[in-house]
Structures are given as structure tokens and as C-alpha cells.
Design a protein around this ligand. Structure first.
Ligand code: ADP
Ligand code: MG
Length: 321
């Protein structure tokens, strides 16, 4: 039986050693990693913890747990306008299970390779299963996507589709039936959310503010409102819904998921009217999939309207406590 230390070496240190890694002067194996930030760039840092049976079922496929953990962290880098560089991994494991670690490592490095991010260190302890990933990325100082940059009259946009995260949860928990094809699509959206890094790189010189939607569109847009000291109006009829959501023929449910469901990991961003032509061009050329869903206004709150009339929302996003 290999020791925990040997397993870490086998499944993390050796795996990473085979990957190219920019700016890593010293990686896994010493007391600290030594990292060189690209000249003229700023370091963007974010950390998230996933706890078994709180954020995922403890018997979930370890490959998918790893992918979801890294992808949701990468989404934070995208939301900041940062390019991925490095990450650290703190693993708490109930036992040194070789099969579990092999599968976790496979998912982790598949995702790390796909998005060009290198594992540079971590910590391994024994206890109830939890996974903490800290990501680091590089931003151009003039082109960070902060929450506090929105102005009155800015357009509000979202990438791709909203509401799939909540719909996926309903499909997984069997409270809503979808066709096999739509179920597959929603499961991919849930377990393997796409960090919108390509979109981030396109919009970061044009957007006035941005964040990623993890707790629900209304709840998250409210963070932009709070930071920018503004309100926002969402035109519900313009929310982009996936074919899976549209297939329900139940707009009330679809809009509810789109507005208040979590786990979408799409970008919500604001654009000044004079920059809209550039954004519209990217959309028209098929380089950027994004939709105008509303506007920044005075007032401090997010309000929802359907064809100009107030739209009643039952619940505004997921809260942990
Ligand atoms: P220390 O006691 O000095 O903190 P550790 O024994 O915790 O050292 O870790 C030894 C090396 O292995 C360090 O470079 C650390 O970053 C790395 N490491 C430990 N656990 C992990 C992990 N889960 N993933 C990646 N690197 C890890
Ligand atoms: Mg340690």
C-alpha cells in the first residue's frame, strides 16, 4: 500500500511535471512554489471550497468532482478578465484511496491542460472529504472586469444561455423530465460548466463591469448594482434560454430558473452605449455569444419586467446561510 505522500507524488507532482508551465520557477515539492508574474500584469487570486454532501454527493464520480471544482474556479478568473496561470489544491480525504485519486487526478489534469493552468502546490490532510482550489491568473491593469464599474444607461448582457444550472439540478433530482438528449446536455452543463475565458478575453477591453453567475442572475446582478451604487432592469422576455429549457413549453418555470437558479457560470456584464457597436460586431461575426437582457438604472435594486410590466419573482438566488 503506497503512502499518502507517494500517492500525491504519483497523481499530482508527476502528472504536473509532464505539463508545460509558464512562470513556474519552482513547482510542487518544496515549502513554497516560486512564481514569476508576467511583466506589467497584475495577479488575480480566488479560492473556493467544495465540501462533500454540501456541494456534491460524496459518492459522485471523482473525475467530475475535480472538473467541476477547477472549472468553477476558472470561471472566477474569466469574470475578472484574467488569463489562467497557476492553481493550488488542498485536499482533505477520509482515506488514501488509490482508485479515487487516480480518477480525480485524471479529471483535474484533463481540465488543467484544456485551459492552460498549472498545479503548483497544495496540501493533503485526512478528514471529511473536501476540496479547496485556489486559482491565480494575470490581468492587464487597464482591463480588469470589476463589479464597481457600471454606469447609468449601460446595457446588461449575459453570455450563452441562463437557467440551465437550475434545470440540470431538477433533471438530476428527477423533479423535471427532459428528453435523453436534453438530459445529457444539462448534465454536461452542470458537471462540466464552461469557464467563459474566451468571451472574457473578447469583452474585457469593452465591458464596464462583470461577474460570473453562480448564485442566480438577479442575486448576482444585484452585486454589480451594490458595488456600482445603481439599479438594473431585466427584460425577462429577452433572457436567452437553451433549447432544453424551451422544450418544456413552460416559460414561467424557465424564466424562474433563468432569474433565480444558480450554477450557470455564465458571465453577466455591462457595456457603455458607445462601446455597444463593437460588442454587436463580435456577436454578429459569431465570435461572441451574448444577449442584451437589460439596462443599468438609478435606484439600487434589480427589477424584472416582462414586456414593460413588473414581473414577479418567487425567489432570488441561492444562499448558503
Ligand atoms: P509542508 O509540510 O512543507 O507544507 P507538504 O508535505 O504539505 O509540505 O507538501 C509537500 C509538497 O507537496 C509541497 O510542495 C506541497 O505544495 C505539495 N503538495 C502537497 N499536497 C498537494 C496536493 N494535494 N496537490 C499538489 N501539491 C501538493
Ligand atoms: Mg503542507
Amino acid at each position: 500500500m503506497p503512502s499518502e505522500f507517494q500517492l500525491i507524488q504519483q497523481f499530482f507532482q508527476r502528472e504536473q511535471a509532464e505539463q508545460p508551465a509558464e512562470g513556474v520557477l519552482l513547482g510542487i515539492g518544496d515549502d513554497c512554489a516560486l512564481l514569476q508574474i508576467p511583466a506589467g500584469k497584475q495577479l488575480a487570486v480566488s479560492v473556493d471550497t467544495l465540501v462533500a454532501d454540501v456541494h456534491f454527493p460524496r459518492d459522485a464520480d471523482p473525475e467530475l468532482i475535480a472538473e467541476r471544482a477547477l472549472r468553477t474556479n476558472l470561471s472566477d478568473l474569466a469574470a475578472m478578465g484574467a488569463d489562467p496561470l497557476w492553481f493550488t489544491l488542498a485536499l482533505t480525504l477520509p482515506e488514501a484511496n488509490e482508485d479515487w485519486l487516480r480518477s480525480f487526478s485524471r479529471g483535474l489534469f484533463k481540465c488543467a491542460r484544456a485551459y492552460g493552468i498549472a498545479l503548483v502546490g497544495g496540501d493533503t490532510t485526512s478528514g471529511p472529504l473536501s476540496i479547496t482550489i485556489q486559482v491565480m491568473g494575470a490581468t492587464q491593469p487597464q482591463h480588469t472586469l470589476r463589479r464597481d464599474g457600471a454606469n447609468i444607461g449601460d446595457f446588461v448582457l449575459v453570455t450563452n444561455f441562463v437557467g440551465d444550472g437550475a434545470a440540470a439540478l431538477a433533471a438530476i433530482q428527477n423533479t423535471q423530465q427532459f428528453t435523453d438528449e436534453h438530459t445529457d446536455y444539462l448534465q454536461q452543463r452542470f458537471y462540466r460548466p464552461t469557464p467563459r475565458l474566451a468571451e472574457s478575453a473578447l469583452i474585457r477591453e469593452l465591458a464596464s463591469s462583470a461577474l460570473d453567475i453562480s448564485d442566480g442572475l438577479v442575486a448576482d446582478l444585484q452585486h454589480i448594482c451594490d458595488a456600482s451604487d445603481l439599479g438594473a432592469v431585466i427584460d425577462v422576455e429577452n433572457l436567452p434560454l437553451s433549447p432544453a429549457l424551451k422544450s418544456l413549453n413552460n416559460d414561467a418555470q424557465a424564466y424562474q430558473w433563468a432569474l433565480s437558479g444558480g450554477d450557470d457560470y455564465e458571465l453577466c456584464f455591462t457595456v457603455q452605449p458607445e462601446k455597444m457597436a463593437d460588442i454587436a460586431m463580435l456577436i454578429a461575426q459569431g465570435e461572441l455569444q451574448a444577449t442584451v437582457i437589460g439596462e443599468m438604472i438609478a435606484g439600487g435594486k434589480v427589477i424584472c419586467e416582462y414586456e414593460g410590466e413588473p414581473f414577479k419573482l418567487a425567489k432570488t438566488g441561492y444562499q448558503h446561510f
